[in-house]
Design a protein. Sequence first.
Lengths: 78, 78
Amino acid sequence: MKSKATFYHAGCPVCISAEQNIAQALDPSRYELSIIHLGEFKDKIAEAKAQGVQSVPALILDNQPFHINFGAALSDLA
Amino acid sequence: MKSKATFYHAGCPVCISAEQNIAQALDPSRYELSIIHLGEFKDKIAEAKAQGVQSVPALILDNQPFHINFGAALSDLA
C-alpha cells in the first residue's frame, strides 16, 4: 500500500518551485501525492494546521510535516 | 540519465528525520542521491555554500537548494 504525501502551498513562486522539484521527485511507486492550494481552498487551512503545518510550502510525509524554504505563514492565508 | 540530488545535514535530530523521510522518498529511478554530513566533512561546507545552502538540513535538486525545516546554520558548523 502506498504512503500518503500531501503538499500544501499557496501559489507563490517559492511554493511552485518547491512543488515542481521536491513533490514531483517523490517516488510515485511508494507515495500517493495530493497537492493542495491553500489560497484557493481556505477550508483546508484548519486541516493543514492540525497536521502541524505552520508555513507553506510544506510537505507531509507519513504524517510528519516538513517546511520547505519559506513562502508564507499560514496565518497570512486565512 | 539520472538527475543528481544532494542532501546536506549535520547529524542533528531535525536533519536525521528529514533525511529518513524526504531524501529516502525520492524516486531512485530518477535521482542519484548523495548524503553529506557536514559535521564530519567540514571541507564540504564551502561546496554546500557555493550551491546556495544556508542551513541544514538542505536538499539540492537539479542544482536548486531547498531548506527543510531548520537544524543549524551553516556558519555554526565551520
